[in-house]
Design a binder for this molecule. Structure first.
Ligand SMILES: O=C(O)c1cc(=O)[nH]c(=O)n1[C@@H]1O[C@H](COP(=O)(O)O)[C@@H](O)[C@H]1O
Length: 239
């Protein structure tokens, strides 16, 4: 996990994934397998991607009673993934149970997958959070509160918008992971994302990882879009 770019493989089938990955054959990526792909292809897709040398974020956003999450995580840890997530809204007992499950399921000698918690989805705006979810605090206060709960539970970090990274870094420290989706190049549409930043801004805010889906997977030339992502990130690093 030495690179800060996670590519979201939001495809319906293994065939589509294979076609997408063809130009990256000599370039192991950090990829994200989410619900769309995992619910169609199951654990076999993880085995196949690992065989090709890719690092894996399994994004299933678990959110259930503690025992169910613990038992599910036990099974997921056996897949040899690098990173997995839960919803922080499940609370500290659920997050602690997730970690217990991961620890119990990690084969001896192997490293436990890192576990992060979704604070507020990047498709959620502050207005929507307050009006629909009845969370009356600001987005920044809410995301920070959930990040502190995740840290208290022993988790390795959070999923949030890059906009919230400076605040989380200030309170949770530099080693607490901030994984940030809602990334768009400056000339692109936000689509269903509400809290959007460019790769350059995400680097400036201090994101540990950016999660990028459609900007790469739906690009006319996905490899060129991935190169653009790296270039924009590194531009910020050197400026
Ligand atoms: O956990 C996630 O990965 C996630 C959390 C979140 O708050 N927002 C979010 O967009 N994601 C995921 O990140 C990816 C973003 O995709 P694009 O909007 O196409 O770049 C999707 O696979 C989402 O499922």
């Amino acid at each position: 996990m030495d690179q800060p770019f996670i590519v979201a493989l939001d495809f319906q089938s293994r065939e589509e994934v294979e076609a997408f990955l063809r130009p990256f054959v000599r370039e192991p990526l950090f990829v994200k397998v989410g619900m769309e792909l995992y619910y169609q292809e199951g654990p076999d897709i993880i085995t196949a991607l690992k065989k090709q040398g890719h690092h894996i974020f399994l994004d299933l956003k678990l959110h259930d009673i503690p025992n169910t999450v613990k038992q599910a995580m036990k099974g997921l840890a056996r897949l040899g993934i690098d990173l997995v997530n839960v919803h922080a809204a499940g609370g500290t007992s659920m997050m602690k149970a997730a970690l217990e499950g991961l620890e119990a399921g990690t084969p001896s000698g192997a490293t436990r997958p890192a576990c992060i918690a979704v604070t507020q989805l990047t498709s959620t705006s502050e207005q929507m959070m307050q009006r629909e979810l009845w969370i009356s605090r600001t987005m920044a206060e809410t995301v920070l509160h959930y990040a502190l709960l995740a840290q208290e539970s022993g988790l390795d970090g959070v999923v949030c918008s890059a906009k919230e990274v400076p605040l989380i870094r200030e309170h949770c420290g530099a080693s607490f992971l901030t994984v940030t989706p809602g990334i768009r190049f400056a000339d692109e549409e936000a689509n269903d994302q509400a809290r959007v930043v460019t790769p350059k801004e995400a680097r400036k805010f201090g994101s540990s990882f950016v999660v990028v889906g459609r900007s790469i997977t739906r690009a006319a030339d996905p490899h060129a879009a991935y190169e653009r992502l790296k270039q924009e990130w590194n531009q910020e690093e050197s400026s």
